[in-house]
Design a protein around this ligand. Structure first.
Ligand code: MG
Length: 201
C-alpha cells in the first residue's frame, strides 16, 4: 500500500505557511515504512530539531482505480479515519530553499500515524475533527473546509497514479500546526470520539 498526502488543502493553513492556494491539488507520497506501529509511541528522531504535527482526515481506498471521474470517486472509498502527517519542518524549509524534493522531511520512519478506528463515511454527516496536545485543543477542522474535497482529490491523483485497495489518502491539515517534544501527548478526535492517543518519547 501507499500513502498519498495532500498539501495546502485548508486556506488558513496555507496562510500560516505563507503560501497561497493552488489551482490543482498538491500531493506527495509516504512509504508504508512511515507508519507508526499499533500502540507504539513516536520517538523523537535525531535528525530534526523541529518536528511538527499536522492532523488530517484519512480516507481508505477500497477499489483499484485509474483516471477516475469525480462523479464516480465515491465508489472508491467508504471509510474515514484520522491521522498525523509528521513533518520535519526544519528539513522541509531547507529542501524548499534549495529546490529539492522533501522526502527526508515528510517520508521518514514514524512520519505517519493512522487511527485504529475508521468510520463508515455514510454514518457521519458532519465531519469535525480536532487534535489535542497535552489536553489543549491545538487544531480543529471540518471536512467541508477543504479546498479540494476527497472526490476531487481521488479524481486528480488517479490521473497520475493508480489507486489500490488499502491505499490511504491524507487530505491536508487545518491551521494550528506546531512542534512536539519528548513527554507530549497527542489525542485525535472525530466529532466526540477519541480515535487515537500518542505519546512522544
Ligand atoms: Mg500534511
Amino acid at each position: 500500500m501507499k500513502i498519498i498526502c495532500i498539501g495546502r488543502n485548508y486556506l488558513e493553513h496555507a496562510k500560516e505557511m505563507g503560501k497561497s492556494i493552488t489551482k490543482d491539488p498538491i500531493f506527495f507520497l509516504k512509504p508504508d515504512s512511515s507508519l507508526i506501529a499499533k500502540n507504539q509511541p513516536f520517538f523523537m528522531p535525531d535528525f530534526s530539531e523541529n518536528i511538527h504535527y499536522e492532523v488530517e482526515l484519512v480516507y481508505k481506498i477500497k477499489k483499484v482505480g485509474k483516471s477516475i471521474d469525480t462523479a464516480f470517486s465515491k465508489d472508491y472509498y467508504d471509510k474515514v479515519g484520522l491521522g498525523i502527517d509528521f513533518t520535519a519542518r526544519d528539513l522541509q524549509a531547507k529542501c524548499k530553499t534549495n529546490g529539492n524534493p522533501w522526502e527526508i522531511a515528510k517520508s521518514f520512519d514514524q512520519s505517519a500515524l493512522v487511527s485504529k478506528h475508521f468510520f463508515d463515511v455514510n454514518s457521519i454527516k458532519d465531519l469535525n475533527f480536532s487534535l489535542l496536545k497535552n489536553g489543549e485543543t491545538v487544531q480543529k477542522g471540518n471536512a467541508n473546509e477543504m479546498v479540494f474535497n476527497i472526490d476531487q482529490i481521488i479524481s486528480f491523483v488517479s490521473k497520475f497514479i493508480t489507486l489500490k485497495i488499502g491505499d490511504l489518502i491524507f487530505t491536508g491539515t487545518p491551521s494550528g500546526v506546531g512542534s512536539v517534544k519528548i513527554g507530549d501527548k497527542l489525542e485525535g478526535f472525530i466529532n466526540d470520539t477519541r480515535v487515537f492517543s500518542l505519546n512522544i518519547k
